[in-house]
Write a protein that binds this ligand. Structure first.
Ligand code: ZN
Length: 277
């Protein structure tokens, strides 16, 4: 099942067509994607019986952020070996966790508003939580997930790496620095949800390309680790980390400029297309 938002309203998404959740369910499920995520297991049951062939056509630009107001966003640093190397940082013993504040979210076609400094790209797989959970084992982690989506962890490196106590969370939380979407895809849609092609193109040039099976800490391990500290709640997001190929790791470093177009893709989920302004 593919879940998203069209002009802010919950929808089920098929091949070029959609069903408005509130209208189709005669008000049983909300137009607000966050309220749908609160009732994820019953929503999944209902969605199973819907016929997307009866959907209406939509344009990609109609889709807005599928999880617009999460309570918590966890983000993981240095979770692909080659990216830790290009960042000249040591691979941490435990997942390195920071946050992107929810006010940084934007949609799959939203503009990225650059700020002064060194704005960089990081394509990431994002896990979306679908159940309230604490102390989840790795084996049970899939049960608490709503699904997977694509995220961009846009990062202003000067603030991120400032001083002896760097400001990862602030440097990655400017307005529109967290494009997300185009939809949340449930795990049963994939042959293997933990081995997906992931890439980022900048102005039609591939700058990042990897497979999510290369994550040092995969989604089940991250869900287990995080839920041992924080209660996970429906709609919470986990940005799982970026592969190598970011601008900071290039010689010379390369950063985003107004007019640049970033396309961030995960096979089986879809693409974000974000223009920098
Ligand atoms: Zn990142």
């Amino acid at each position: 099942m593919r879940f998203g938002a069209r002009h802010g309203r919950s929808c089920l998404i098929g091949e070029g067509c959609y069903l408005d959740v509130q209208d189709t369910s005669a008000g049983e499920f909300s137009e607000d994607p966050m309220e749908v995520l609160e009732r994820w297991s019953s929503f999944r049951e209902w969605a199973r019986s819907q016929d997307l062939a009866e959907g209406l056509p939509y344009q990609d630009r109609d889709l807005t952020c599928p999880v617009p107001a999460p309570g918590q966003i966890f983000a993981i640093g240095l979770n692909y070996r080659d990216h830790a190397v290009e960042s000249s940082m040591e691979i941490p013993d435990n997942p390195m966790v920071f946050t992107k504040y929810p006010s940084s979210l934007t949609g799959p076609r939203g503009d990225i508003h650059l700020v002064p400094g060194s704005c960089d790209w990081e394509v990431e797989m994002v896990a979306v939580i679908g159940e309230r959970a604490r102390n989840v084992s790795e084996d049970d982690a899939s049960q608490v997930l709503a699904g997977l989506t694509v995220g961009q962890d846009v990062s202003e490196r000067e603030l991120q790496l400032q001083g002896t106590n760097p400001q990862f969370s602030l440097g990655k939380s400017h307005r529109t620095f967290a494009p997300l979407g185009p939809c949340v895809v449930t795990l049963d849609e994939f042959d293997n949800p933990w081995d997906l092609g992931i890439r980022c193109e900048l102005n039609n040039v591939v700058v990042q390309e990897a497979r999510t099976s290369q994550l040092l800490n995969g989604v089940p391990a991250l869900v287990s680790y995080l839920s041992g500290v924080c209660e996970l709640r429906p709609g919470d997001l986990v940005f799982t980390g970026t592969p190598s190929g970011v601008g900071l790791g290039r010689t010379p470093p390369q950063y985003l400029d107004a007019g640049d177009v970033l396309v961030s893709t995960i096979d089986g989920i879809g693409s974000l297309v974000n223009q920098c302004v």
